[in-house]
Structures are given as structure tokens and as C-alpha cells.
Ligand binder design. Sequence first.
Ligand code: XMP
Length: 516
Amino acid sequence: MDNVSNQSEIAVIDFGSQYTQLIARKLRDLGVFSEIYPYTRYQEIVNADNVKGVILSGGPSSVFDEGAPVVEMALLECGKPILGICYGMQLMCKMLGGSIAGSDKREYGPATIELIDKSSFMNNTPDSQNVWMSHGDRVDSLPAGFKAIARSGSIEHAAAVDVDRGFYCVQFHPEVVHSDHGMQMLENFTRDICGITEKWSPAEFVDEAISEIRQRVGDRHVLCGVSGGVDSTVVATILDKAIGEQLHCVFVDNGVLRFDEAQNVETDLNSFLSRPIVSVDAKAEFFASLAGISDPEKKRKAIGGTFIDIFKKTANSLGELHFLAQGTLYPDRIESVSINGPSHVIKSHHNVGGLPAELGFELIEPLQDLFKDEVRKVGKSLGIPDNLLMRHPFPGPGLAVRILGEVTPSKVEMLQAADHIYIQELLDSGEYSNIWQAGAILLPVQTVGVMGDQRTYESVVALRAVTSQDGMTADWSRIPAEVLAKVSNKIINEVKGVNRVVYDISSKPPSTIEWE
Ligand code: XMP
């Protein structure tokens, strides 16, 4: 479903930079709609009237590399303003007749630039400012018609423009938070240079999504899997507003959910959906499929396979359903379109595509152009309560990937109890909202302890909490020691079978958020 095709946008061409998604994100923060295109699809941008400007991203390649990503002159000649960042600058300057100097030395980190000429691109930014550099090559001589507008201690052409032809380029990364005035530059580019003044608004997004869904669905019926997570809750709510009782929501209890989760999801969703959700208790089937399995990928496959079987069976019992609604988000899609140098590591294990095509449904994916925090804004404008919208992400395979080793009902019960204490304490202490994601993990080791006069030999629970923008990178949360002390104390006292609690202080990369 393409619900934004007429909206003015900035096209971000992906040359594989780790920051490509960040550029799109920052533009969205300015209220400017943006889309990421693999560099091979530049022709679509040339032809699209709604694309008002183009940003060429950075990338890991050197313009001297064989097979380095390129675009054709047709893009540079399309008449839309173009901003080249880092590799984007070097490629643009090379194509237009400038020269690039290769270097084995990378300049990485903060730098100070001095403005040396006026340009609308740098409006409202100071003459001397901090930026973030990350490059090896640099532009040695500018193409004819360009003038340098900023230099740094180590490069002459930190920023350059050819205003008449609409070319702007920077060697540094305005999208990175350490470029103090980068947001102002992006705003100058999108608003003053590309002329985009419309703002993205969640309420308008909802209105448009609702009318598109109504038009597409007509009097047919839609199936929607709900998990209690933010994305599926927002999808179900938009659909409910659009088509009411033609929506059938199915919730599958796979036995590896959080404490009381099944009950809570049912109560929460039924409080605002027109038709009660269909709740399926499939705990026994899932435990049977997990029996004897310790390997994380096999666990994921077992859960994924069982889920599809149960979902299919339930769907068949609900009568004639034509569409399947899914909470696919924009980052899920760019992971799958970005080619020849994806801008970040692909999470191969994630069931991003949702249910397989052979189920035979047409897909409805109303959130497919949104980032996670935009989904939360949409949810807020729909009146969904904060306790649902601000929930931490939770993996599809649930506690099964937080129980290292074989999954059994008794281990699940132990972990649910520990996790519940942890999450409750984070909520009570106010720490929950500072954290992207938190959860407890049950380790497959026993350690010695002492309780009363008794020596114990019991399990270890690890606590994980991370801060993150999008789950792609993450840092461990600096939870106050007194909160951790309380959680540890409560878990060891109240959860039978646990005599030790540890806190995970690893960042991603090189670790991941989940332990499996
Ligand atoms: P990792 O562990 O890769 O996790 O750093 C990043 C984010 O993805 C979630 N995750 C999953 N979500 N199915 C899912 O639906 C999965 O198999 C899965 N594995 C990890 C994880 O909880 C975090 O939010």
C-alpha cells in the first residue's frame, strides 16, 4: 500500500553508509518525508515529481575502487537540488570534473570547520563550528562552477556549492549528532533550497491510511495477528477505525510470553476494538515443538513453524478472509531493498517478512513507511494508552530465546517470575521509560550460594537493559545501583531455584541485545 505517493519528499540514495538510515530519520524529525533508495534505482527519482531534492549518502567505498557504487549523469542533470555527503560529495565532484585525492589515512571523529563564504546551506550556523568527519579520500580540486564554503584544519573543501546548478556537498556528516549545526543545514537544504514546507503529521497519516484501507478493502474481511506489541496494536486500531467488524484479530499464546501477558493483551485490546480478539491457547503445541531443542536458530524455526500452523488453522475457522494486516515498519523494508552494500547488518533471524506468502492473503501494511517512534506518535493520536505504546520491544520467539538451553514449562515459569519482578521495579522506579528494551535471561549454569544455613546450588538470572534508537546498535543502560540491588534481592528471595543475579554490561555491537 503506497499511502504517501503524492507527498513531497527527499530521496536519500544509499551508497552503503552506516548513517543512511539516520539521514532519513533526521529529515523525518524535521517533519520532512524522506525515502531511502538503493543507488541502482536513481532513475525513479529523476522521474518522480514529488521528489523535491536528493541526498547522496556516504559509503564505505572509495571512488577509486573497482565496482564502487555510481549513479548516471542523468541524476545530476535532473534539475533537483542535490546534497552529497562524504562519499556522495566525492562521487558528485568526480563526475562533474573535480579531482579526488586518495588517502590511506582516515579522518574519523570531531573536527572544527570555518565558514569561508556565504551560502544559504549554512544559514543560521556560526562561522566556526564542530562537525563529525569520517573519511579517507577527499576532494582535491572542485569542479568548475563550485566554490568552497567551509574548510577544516585538515581539508580545504569541507563544504562546497554550485548554487546555480543546485549542487551542495559536505565532507562531514550533518546527520550525526556531533555535527552541532547539522540539523540546521538539513533544514536549510530541505526548506529553503528544495522548498518543502509541508509537515508530516500523525493525525493526517491516520486519516489517509483509513480512507485508503476502506477503499481497498470494500466489504471484504481482514485478518490481523496481534501480539500486544506497539506495532500490531497500532495496525489493529487503524484497521478497526477503518473497517470495524470486518477486522478479525488473532492472538496466539505460545507459552513463552511474559508473566500474565495473554490475559493482559486480551483485556487491553478488547477494551477498544469493535470485535473481541480471537485468543488461541497453543502452549502445549509450542512446548511440544520446543522439546529437546537447545540451538537458538532451531528454537526460532520450531516456534515460527508452529505459529504458522496454528495461525492458518485459526484463520480457516473464521470464514472468508481476504487480507492479512501486518505491522511491517520502514526499517524492515529498507533492510530488504538495500542492495550491494546494505547500510547495516541484516538481522537474518528476524521474522521481518511476517507470515509466508503461501497463506494466500493480500497484504495490508499501513505502517510500512514509518519508523518506530513515528508509530508511537500515530498510536498516541489514535488515543492508545501509554502503557501499550511505550512498551519495550519483545522478540517473536519470546522467552524461548532468553532461556539458554532447552525450554521447559518450569524454566519458563521461573523466568516469567524473575522478569516480572525486574520489569515491575523498572516501572516503579521510573527507569522503564529511559530504556529501549529490558528483560531477564535464564542461564544454563548453576552456582553455589548460601541461604540460611543451607548451601544452595541453583540457577543464575542475567538482567539485560539497553538504550537504543532502533535496536540496530545499543548500549547497556546505566540503571542506578540501588534499583539493581532491589531487583536482585527480590528475585533471589522470591523466585525459587535462583540464587544469583548478574547484570549484562555489553554493548551492541559486538554483542547483541538478546543472548540467543
Ligand atoms: P538482537 O538480539 O539481534 O535484537 O540485537 C535486536 C532486536 O530484535 C529483537 N529480536 C527479535 N524479534 N524475532 C523477533 O521478532 C526474533 O527472532 C528476534 N530476535 C531478536 C530483539 O528483541 C531486539 O529488539
